[in-house]
Structure formats: structure tokens, C-alpha cells
Design a protein around this ligand. Sequence first.
Ligand code: URA
Length: 439
Amino acid sequence: MAMNMIDIILKKRMGSQLTKSEIQFFIDGYTNGEIPDYQASALLMAIMFQKLSMEETVNLTEAMKSSGDIIDLSGINGIKVDKHSTGGVGDKTTLVVGPIAAACGVPIAKMSGRGLGFTGGTVDKMESVPGMKTSMEPEAFIKQVNDIGLAVIGQTGHIAPADKKLYALRDVTATIDNLSLISASIMSKKLAAGADAILLDVKCGSGAFMKTRADAIALAEMMVSIGNLSGKRTVAAVTDMSQPLGNAVGNALEVIEAIHTLKGEGPADITKLSLELAGVMIYLGRKADTPQRGKEMAMEAIQNGAALKKFSEFIACQGGDPNITTDETLFPQPEFRLELKAASKGYIGAIDANVIGLASQHTGAGRMVMGETIDMSAGIVLHKKVGDAVMAGEVLASLQGDVESKVQTGLSECQKAFKIQLENPSKIELIHEIIGLNL
Ligand code: URA
């Protein structure tokens, strides 16, 4: 008997397990427009209440992955390792770990996204480099990775169209926060992107999608299982996003901080996280026997200049000006700068990453409406991080951008992010857990 959506919705509503072909029927029908939004919404809501088993989640991921193009990276020599961050404020690690891993012999063929709301995407950040191209024909992309070991471009083609449609529907039907739906959404895109192994950086804290450590670990475990069951070695790091990562938030500012980090002069947190992630990528790419050895190789690549050299090559290959690594004035320069000063003395107890992200967006660094042009010079530099002592009147952050009123609005917002307290706060754990190394 032919399948129909009413039976499938009812079956899930009653708590039964959907078969692989029922899930395929739903994804095919919804992607090609035969299943209407109202039936898809009803099924999503049934899933919210009744949940999906691991088997159903894997089948959903596979069906979503197969709804569009699957990128063929077989023309690239070696084990291709992809990295994905669930998104955070000031997260410029791709621009650091990509060159490090490539300098250590791991081919990186990465498709990155644009910013969503206040979390800037790698592609937006790259476009702050004068001349930099972020799109390329597939043959040129593969050739660049074979030639220099690293290419990063914006998402091309038609990857997981089922996710694009379903995500938009979930967004407006209060069906986002289900672990299976989130995992299938992220992993369908990652599995379609063609790499052999995947490193996930699952952020947790106020500036992240997952607010608690327990939720972030549960999401990481589920995505690692899906990746491995789908035949790709997958590891996930669960890392802090309760305060912004590094000191810089904003496009050009973040690329400049990535360059500092590649020179071995970056902030402690971004340096530590980048070395840890690069170590795992080098291990996944089988260039090191252990993640620890991978981390040592990553450190060597920073110390001997190989990682910075790889970054310059990558910039030049994609049309950017490689002199940016020695001359920061080549980046777009802001018209206005303002400083946020501490109202009282004490210790920095918290810097709400979410609020900093919004403040940076207000300065012009992020889009307020879809398709808006970004001010590449805009953003925030934090001069204090959680646990630092501060005197009244000391500068907490500087804000910059081309439009004075926007920088001013950013400043008022930024003020709300800082909590100054008398007692020294407990230390923030940067890396909570790494999942999947023993599988
Ligand atoms: N990011 C995604 O790509 N999908 C989700 O469902 C949530 C976050």
C-alpha cells in the first residue's frame, strides 16, 4: 500500500519507530514540494515529543544528505579532514587550524558558511582581506588543495536542500531544539561535503546554541555516532562559549587576530583551542599517531613559521594580498573608534558572549537583515577577559566602525555584557571534553 503522511505522523505521534523508507518518503516529498508545510510541521512536533531513536536519526541524516549534491573530493590526495564549529562569538579558529593542519600535511578542502545573525561566518571574515575570492570552480578548488594543501570557499551548489527547507520551517514552528533534528541538520551537510574525517567543535555557554555542558555533550555524542555509523571518522570537542573566544570580534579584526595566533602571538584561549583542534585534525589525517603528537606538530608549525607561510600562500592563491600578514593597515580601516571604560574596580566576573555578539552586530560587523552589506572594519576588541582585575576608568573594550551612530549603539550594548565583581571568579574551563577519540 502506498505510504501517506497522515499515517506517518500518526505513527510517530503514538511513539512508534519510523522505518527507513517512511523517513525517505517524508524527506523526498518535503524537498520536492509534494508534502505541504503543515504536515511536515505536524511530524516535526510529534518528533519533539516522541523523539527519534539513533537508527531513525541516522536514517534521517542520510536521507537529508542525499537530497542534494554530494561533493566529490576523491581527486584530492590524502585523507581530507573537515572541521565544523556549531558557531560562536569571536570564533576564528578555522583561519588558524586550517593553515596549521595543511602545513603538517593534512589536506583541507573546506566549504564555510556566512554569518547567521551575530556569529560571523568564515567566508565573511575572509572577504575582509583585500582581493580575496571565496568562490571557485570545483576543478580549481581541487587543484588548489592538491597544490598547496588548503582552500576555503563559500558553500556552493545544492548541499542538503532538505535541511535548508526544514531548518526554515523548524525556526518558525518551535521545533529547533531537539537533539536528533539538530544532529541530522548539521551532519547531513557535513557528510555531503565530501571529507574523509570530521572534527566538530560543539560550543557551549551563553553565546552558543547549547547553553549547558550536559546538552552540548549529548549533542556531540550523537553527532559523533552518526558520523561513525555513516562511515566517517568523527571526533567532537565540547568547548566554552560563555565569553567570546579571543579578544577580537568582527571581520577584519578577527583575521588580524588569526594572523597574530599563527605568529605565536595570539591570545591564550584561541591559541590553546587552535592547538588542541589542529592536533586532533592532524591525528585524524593520519599524520600523527596520537592527538598529543598532532598538537606538538601544530606547535612546531607555529614556531618554525610554516603555518604562517601556509596562510600567506592560501591568501595569495585566492587572490588576496599576502602582505596583510606584515601590514595590518592594508585591512579596511574604521572611521570611528570608541572606548568602553570600567565604572568600578574589581574582577571581570562575566562577559556575556551573546551580548558582545549583538553589540558587534550593531557596530556594523554583522547583518541586521538578510543580504545586508557588512562593514568589514567594524567590531570590538576586548581588553579584559573573565578573571582579569580591573581599575575604575580602565578600558574594557574598544569598538570601531565606519558609522558613528552604529559604533555608539554598539558601545551601549557592549556595556551590558560586562559584569564586574569584588571576588575573583572561578576559572572557566576552555575545553570541556573531547568525544570519539577512542572509537
Ligand atoms: N545549526 C544547524 O545547521 N542546524 C541546526 O539544527 C542547528 C544549528
